[in-house]
Design a protein around this ligand. Sequence first.
Ligand code: DON
Length: 304
Amino acid sequence: MIDYQNILDTIALSCSTSKEKGKIANYIPELAKVESSKFGIHLVDSAMNNFSAGDADEHFSIQSISKVLSLAHAMSLVGEEIWKRVDVEPSGDPFNHLSLLEFENGIPRNPLINAGAIVISDILVSNLENPKTDFLNYVHMLTNDSSIVYDLDVAKSEKETGFRNYAAANLLKSYGNLNNDVETVLDFYFHQCSLAMSCAQLTKAFYIFMNKGVCQQGKTHLTIQQEKRINALMLTCGFYDEAGEFAFEVGLPGKSGVGGGIVALLPGKYCVATWSPGLNPKGNSKLGMEALEKLTTATEQSIF
Ligand code: DON
């Protein structure tokens, strides 16, 4: 039996004493207010045993991690229709790049880059009665935790500086790949990205991706095929132009956010979330990636 608690304690100690913590994102001004010394890690295993170290219960902005949850919700609402509007190939580009979108006639490379996630937001806006409330309720249902909220200051801050996302949405609209108006879709997208959650809450939400689509409360949210596809997308596209490096170092499907969070999972075994706000040059949490490399090396457990 693996002593996860001992491994997490060792990782948290080495990460919190690390001098090279990366650089906090400041292109969304509200994100720059977070303390760089924060570090949290939480792991839940398939039997729902929980292990924690550091600031694992502190809320932070989950940002792009939310793209996996919006994708899951859209897949369960409209199924295969999604793939007519979004591709499933890695982009090899940063999360907010637009050149391929123009080159490929308004079909985003995958649903985890910004342009793809904006198409998914459009699908949710079209298919939910009260999109922001209904999506939040979906997250409450997955986590069995109704205390989770949007951080309205972060959503406002991103809206005020979201020029590239406006550019992406307008480009999508010009290619006929956005059915609702730009303002409505981006309002939803900025709120979804502003969700404030802790590492512990993230592992609850992502439990469905390690447990064949079934949440901790026993309800089925995804088919096994959908769960397979989402994990494949996380592995190949979850870290943008660093997806290869994450697979190479960590060997798990996962998703990062510019708030410094990462969630990763080993199907059938565990789901783990880390938070350290400093990012590496590719925009992924520097210590989070190092922590997960240490975890899969110490446990000798990865998908490979
Ligand atoms: O659209 C944006 O720029 C942010 N809301 C999300 C970016 C993000 O987290 C990229 N992932 N690492």
